[in-house]
Design a protein around this ligand. Sequence first.
Ligand code: ADP
Ligand code: ZN
Ligand code: ZN
Length: 725
Amino acid sequence: MPPIARVEPLTTTRALRGPFDYRLTEALADADVGTLLRVPFAGRELLGVVVERATSSDVPDARLAEPHARVEPAIPAELVALARWIGEEYCSTFSRALQLVLPPGAGRGVAPRVRVREVLVAEISEGGRAALADGARLTAGQRAVLARLADEGPLAAAASGADHGSLRRLSSRGLLVLEPRAQRRRPAVHAVGARSAHAPALTAEQQAALEPILAALAGGEASRFLLHGVTGSGKTEVYLQAAEAALNAGRSVLVLVPEIALAPQTVARFQARFGDTVAVLHSQLGQGERYDEWLRLAGGEARIAVGPRSAVFAPLADLGLVIVDEEHEPAYKHEGDPRYDARRVAAYRAQQARAVLLNGSATPRPESVHALSRIRLTRRVDGRPLPPVEVLDMRDARHPLHPTTREALGDVQRAGRKAILLVNRRGWSNFLSCRHCGHVWSCPQCDVALVLHQRDGALACHHCGHRERIPQSCTECHSSSVARHGAGTERIETELLEALGDPDFPILRLDADTARGGKGAIARVLERFDRARAGVLVGTQMVAKGHDFPDVTLGVVLDADQTLRFPDFRAEERTFALVAQLAGRAGRGGDGHGRVLVQTLTPDAPSIAAAARHDADGFLAGELERRRALAYPPFASLIRVTCSADDAGDASAAAQAVRERISVPGAMALGPAPLFRLRGRERSQLVVKAPQRRAAIASVAAAVDAVARSAVGRRVQLSADVDPQ
Ligand code: ADP
Ligand code: ZN
Ligand code: ZN
């Protein structure tokens, strides 16, 4: 009996559930879990992954098909197991989850789209070394080439300084070896604030923080830590030294950062310390580069993978340490099916590999404080106190900048220093309305207001991308009196340019519109701000992320309560994190006169007051108490089911049908409730709150599948989101 491979075909169709059995021909007899195969399937050819081997099949022999061919490289078996878990944990399918762990470039069609690049390489032979040493017959040119190869090691022929003919002649005399070798495309290294390769002596606090981590690494048991350290307390140095210990123990390291463009410093510091052992994985790399970095990891040439959430699928063997930097960042959650949370996947991977999990943040999530063993770093490495935070009441303000803010910005300019301004909204103003009849300009596809983008001369929908011209008059009553409400990054930038901007005091903007400037656009703005002697950086939350600009003395949050207005149980946490993170950016250098201003309509909100006192512990304790009382995570799991359809009745009927099918002890279903229309689709949502996670996920998945197959389900698109953000 020939061996059988159980193959999961890579399709996105939910209805098609594998695995399917194939008979392995002799040529493919060694195909094992993780091998990619081209298989015949319903008259087509599909790419599939072997998920199991078997010796017999329930399918009659005559009907068993044979795979056509193998596709290299294979996926490590460990990642196949990870995909199986993700498919279940996030109410998705095994097949969709497998597509997350494929080598870059595979899976789009049946053939891999990326190939190994080969170049001709020259390497000196023993004979060549001898010839150099004993002064054999060599021309000056030949001697120079051999000496260089002896010195620098193997070189690409094109870079060796000799022409092909000379290299061939040396090769035919046995003095060097000339052969094509695989060449890895390497991503460029960004040098923003790169540090030296040498580890500094740790502070006493860092040393104490590192100890339990090293002990856990030595113990070889899975353990989970939360490194809770104020901004500038030297968390990265703790990561680096923990990584070194893991490497020395022969194990590999996974480092997750929220967004690569916003974390060039972290990446650069790992590269500076560990050199080629570091592979960087992210979507801004060319496909060839990504493929090669993947191969370097899979082959063990690189032992540290650094990247954003998708790097959690890096093909690392012998994982010893998993680091999740800035663990509070919502960017770790993936918004396409499977809706995985890289932080949870990282924790699971660490657990399976008996590795140490190390989450780090200045503003950790209540979930992590609850579940991980917390290590504290309470002081900045430079010994400076955190800057004082002043809360500015905006309830009577007529201008988007409070007088105190304007004064403080003037001070910064006169002193030749830097400021960071956080505005929670990009564009010019939040919405337009008619002063005469009250008409509000909104998106024809989505029930949301359009945002004015003055420079583009357009109104834009931030949900679907719809754009239209700026109106001259009201479409309803033809009045030409149109009011602009609120202030976005574009307007603040313009106001500052008018008030303060000059060649020595640049005003720079950083938001999603900047990012559309192409590959590296964000890094360029950050570099310009870093290099400038003085100036202002205005932007959305991006400006409050992990940058380390030594000379920022003023931080301003313009509308701190904006995040509070979201109807989300995480609103408090987000607001606290935003203010506290920005506070951490100010007053790092110079003579240390840092100052933080927080403009808000709700000066008494607990999250804002706690952030102003730098009281993370008080905030976290209060927040955990509130979550316990309301049965929110980490005391229960949330699963959101969204139904969208052309017809609002269908959407809510489907959500109601899902609700009726869910039966989990202690679970509570909220809804169906209508959601705002998105891209022309009516939506209805159901939120399930349950203390028993596994049972709730299984029940929701079954309910969604059943409703999707029902009569109403055919007119509705259903999606389930476990741990929605
Ligand atoms: P965090 O990640 O906690 O915000 P960083 O790791 O960026 O803090 O450290 C802040 C600064 O202190 C960085 O410039 C870093 O190079 C420096 N630093 C960290 N640890 C030490 C140390 N032990 N000795 C000297 N400088 C340090
Ligand atoms: Zn009008
Ligand atoms: Zn829209």
